[in-house]
Design a protein around this ligand. Structure first.
Ligand SMILES: Nc1ncnc2c1ncn2[C@@H]1O[C@H](COP(=O)(O)OP(=O)(O)OP(=O)(O)O)[C@@H](O)[C@H]1O
Ligand SMILES: [Mg+2]
Length: 352
């Protein structure tokens, strides 16, 4: 079941104000190293991520790939070891203590997997939502709390304690708490991890509806395979780096028939590194190093030892680089990470 939310009421206009063109989340070469008993764990190994203002993005990846580590940094709870992490203009590497507290209260909202961690057990739903508003001394706190519970489809739970609500209802209230102070960014770490499939779909749909209604930039970590039905962009994190993204859109043909299109992209960092998807690596048995070839409009990747197929001949063939044909190269494979722009070629195809 999908519940359509009512309008957010008097607070909608504040949240819907024009936003700056800069992204709300920008991570460049983000590194987080944990050291426990002398053993180093590189949880984030140069992660790159850009999320535009108002976007909703799902972050997926295997257990231990660094998803929660990233969300802890973005929520201001943890500090990165290196790289850049900026959220709504705040630099999370240099943010001082007072600014960090203000950042956590007003710039970001957070929903955890465990409902018990999101809500205070001795406060009702309405009191839980009003609490962050009390801290920021917002006016008409009860009115705002009731509007938000209504938006999340749990207005009827206003006087219930968390123990008197289902897991799905608690997570809806948790989302209301997280967006109470109209944060710029909403972060959710496995918000549906403890819910059954149907309730999980409802909560994901609620996150999407809140994003659409308030414009809050939303990043959801999830293992839920149905997440792609709720968001247009899914980013895959692998070994502490964003590796691939799937973008979905709906196209309508000349007969008015709708078609869902999903395209997979590799994430390219500033120096040109990207990860080949594991199934590509396996199906061509790519290892150690691969042969590269620069074509007018794409880069070819072949197993070491194979001979590249020549690219198209004609006016378009040399476009941009003015060279006669494909330029074979070798790239050492760092796991499945390729670097395709570290070198450039001159007109004779020789490496510079
Ligand atoms: N506080 C910590 N101290 C030491 N190592 C840590 C700490 N937090 C995370 N790690 C390690 O960092 C890596 C990434 O952990 P993280 O919790 O970010 O993974 P995850 O993608 O959220 O996994 P899951 O899907 O299981 O929640 C793991 O190897 C983990 O053991
Ligand atoms: Mg996690």
């Amino acid at each position: 079941m999908t519940t359509q939310p009512p309008a957010l009421g008097r607070h909608a206009s504040a949240s819907a104000a024009p936003r700056p063109a800069s992204p709300d989340i920008l991570c460049r070469d983000l590194v987080r190293i944990f050291v426990t008993e002398g053993i180093e764990v590189q949880a984030l190994q140069g992660l790159n991520l850009r999320v535009e203002a108002g976007e909703i993005v799902a972050l997926v990846g295997a257990s231990g790939s660094g998803k929660s580590t990233l969300l802890s940094i973005l929520s201001g709870l943890d500090r990165p070891t290196g790289g850049t992490a900026e959220v709504a203009g705040a630099d999370l590497l240099t943010l001082g203590r007072r600014d960090r507290v203000r950042y956590q209260r007003q710039t970001v909202g957070f929903v955890w997997q465990q409902a018990a961690r999101n809500l205070l057990p001795y406060l009702t739903a309405a009191q839980n939502v009003a609490l962050p508003l009390t801290i920021t001394r917002a006016p008409d706190r009860r009115g705002r709390a009731l509007d938000l519970l209504d938006l999340l489809g749990v207005a009827h739970c206003e006087d219930r304690l968390p123990s008197q609500m289902s897991g799905g209802q608690q997570q809806r209230v948790a989302i209301a708490v997280a967006v109470a102070n109209s944060p710029r960014v909403l972060l959710a770490d496995e918000p549906t991890g403890e819910l059954d499939e149907a309730t999980s779909a409802e909560v994901l749909e609620m996150l999407r509806a809140v994003n659409a209604e308030t414009g809050v930039t939303t990043l959801i970590v999830t293992h839920d395979p149905t997440v792609s039905e709720h968001v247009a962009r899914t980013v895959q994190i692998r070994d502490g780096r964003t590796s691939t993204e799937v973008l979905r859109r709906t196209e309508t043909d000349e007969h008015g028939t709708e078609r869902h299109v999903a395209e997979e992209f590799a994430v390219l960092d500033r120096v040109g590194r990207f990860q080949l998807p594991p199934d590509f690596v396996e199906s061509l048995d790519l290892r150690d190093r691969v042969r590269l070839s620069l074509e007018p409009d794409h880069v070819g990747v072949w197993p070491d030892g194979s001979v590249p197929v020549p690219g198209p001949v004609g006016p378009a063939a040399g476009a941009g680089r003015h060279r006669p044909g494909p330029v074979p190269r070798h790239a050492a494979a760092d796991g499945a990470t390729a670097d395709v722009t570290a070198e450039s070629t001159d007109e004779t195809g020789e490496q510079r």
